[in-house]
Design a protein around this ligand. Structure first.
Ligand SMILES: Nc1ncnc2c1ncn2[C@@H]1O[C@H](COP(=O)(O)OP(=O)(O)OP(=O)(O)O)[C@@H](O)[C@H]1O
Ligand SMILES: [Mg+2]
Length: 414
């Protein structure tokens, strides 16, 4: 039974559910049991609490939910929900991005293999191999040189990304990967499979992302974002849009993203494609078939007037018109990751001041005295994000950094 005004929404934040409900849709909501806030119950027509990354438990639930409520598409706006949503759409013949395509985004090894098979995308291909035995590290270094990157095939938030600088750091890299393999204490690792690691040639250069929305194979660029990355951990601490690029480089990035999406066989919905502007030109880093994190949704909406998450839902249901072309920027926005020294939080200051600042767009920070701050290994070890607006990108970055300095989080060794 198809019910045109109903959606199956998988996982994500309360905001995702609010957006679906605000579209006037009946929402069948799937969430991990420990992430469901009962206060949200009234926003959904039905709630299924399960580990939705486990297809054996999700499948029978969605089959009976489809019988009872019907929905015309499964949508997820969060990384671990993307493959499950694609599987539901495949199973019930609802269209949208098939699992085969979705999985090319969620599995970086499949993405590299797909790129290796088709026409070249960007300035060059990146050599990549799966890490199966310890010796592979030595062999990859010998074959492709140093530095190179080792990362989980399905990671996110830069968790577990290791740069191997030279032959003498192979031992340390091996140890680090072994530790990541066995680490079970990290929050969220349960939602991701960090079992498999891959090796990639290191691509030098600044990182950008191209935010797109695809309408039946027509890839519309919403903006190009520049990332400001911490060199040691590869964690992107800052994001700013529109990126400060020459018109020519901007177009090269946009063109690379469109070619990439075509190569992946991607046709519908949002994507966040990370591209390194190397000395030879744009080189694909990775991509997600969702709107990027770090408050990008809010920033794109504020600057371009397009809420790509709401559009992801309404487009999947056939309820939205495609964008006619690239939206035009009105001003600029920047976001920053809020971090603190490792330890137990004693005091948090300045948050209300920043919330009230005239250039603040969003404060998304849920830290309180008593919380534990982990060492910064990935974006998810950050405590939240703040974002700010400005007349241009320089001004937005300045405003965001100024506001960031106002927030003081004191910790004590735990
Ligand atoms: N081959 C590479 N060459 C150079 N830098 C790389 C390479 N692969 C990854 N990086 C760096 O590590 C970061 C994280 O890697 P990647 O984006 O693949 O993982 P992720 O965990 O999905 O990241 P995130 O969710 O933070 O975007 C990249 O944004 C980039 O800065
Ligand atoms: Mg990335």
């Amino acid at each position: 039974m198809r019910n045109p005004e109903h959606v199956l929404l998988i996982g994500g934040t309360p905001k995702h559910l609010r957006k679906a409900a605000a579209l006037g849709l009946g929402v069948v909501y799937v969430q991990f049991e420990n992430e469901f806030a009962p206060g949200l119950r009234s926003l959904a027509e039905a709630v299924l609490l399960t580990d939705y990354t486990d297809w054996r438990s999700l499948r029978p639930l969605v089959e009976s939910a489809y019988e009872s409520w019907g929905f015309s598409a499964a949508v997820s706006l969060t990384e671990p929900g993307l493959d499950p949503a694609a599987r539901v759409n495949d199973l019930l013949g609802l269209g949208g991005t098939p699992y085969e395509v979705s999985h090319r985004f969620t599995d970086k090894w499949l993405m590299r293999r797909r790129l290796a098979e088709g026409p070249q995308v960007g300035a060059r291909r990146v050599a990549a191999e799966l890490l199966t035995v310890d010796d592979d590290l030595d062999r990859f270094g010998a074959a492709h040189g140093f530095p190179f990157i080792v990362k989980p095939t399905s990671g996110t938030a830069s968790f577990g990304v290791v740069k191997v600088d030279g032959a003498d750091s192979l031992g340390a890299a091996r140890q680090r990967i072994r530790r990541l393999h066995t680490s079970t204490d990290h929050p969220l690792t349960g939602a991701y499979d960090i079992e498999r690691f891959m090796m990639e040639e290191y691509v030098p250069g600044p990182l950008y992302s191209v935010e797109t929305f695809s309408f039946d194979g027509r890839h519309v660029v919403l903006t190009v974002t520049e990332a400001i990355t911490r060199p040691r951990t590869h964690v992107h601490v800052g994001h700013a849009l529109p990126a400060r690029l020459s018109a020519e480089d901007e177009e090269r990035m946009a063109d690379t993203a469109r070619r990439f999406l075509r190569a992946m066989g991607f046709r519908d919905g949002p994507a966040h494609t990370e591209i390194i502007l190397s000395p030879q030109g744009p080189v694909i880093c990775e991509s997600q078939n969702r709107v990027g994190g770090a408050l990008l949704t809010d920033m794109i909406e504020a600057v371009y007037g397009c809420d790509a998450q709401s559009l992801a839902i309404s487009w999947a249901l056939g309820l939205a018109d495609p964008l006619p072309g690239r939206p035009v920027a009105r001003g600029a926005a920047a976001s920053w990751l809020v971090v603190a020294e490792e330890g137990r939080v004693e005091r948090v200051e300045g948050v209300e001041r920043v919330r009230a600042a005239p250039d603040t767009l969003t404060v998304s920070l849920g830290v309180a005295p008593g919380d534990l701050v982990r060492p910064l290994e990935g974006q998810w070890d950050g405590l939240g994000h703040i974002s700010a607006l400005g007349p241009d990108t320089d001004a937005a970055i300045d405003a965001c950094r100024r506001n960031l300095r106002e927030i003081r989080i004191r910790t004590r060794a735990a």
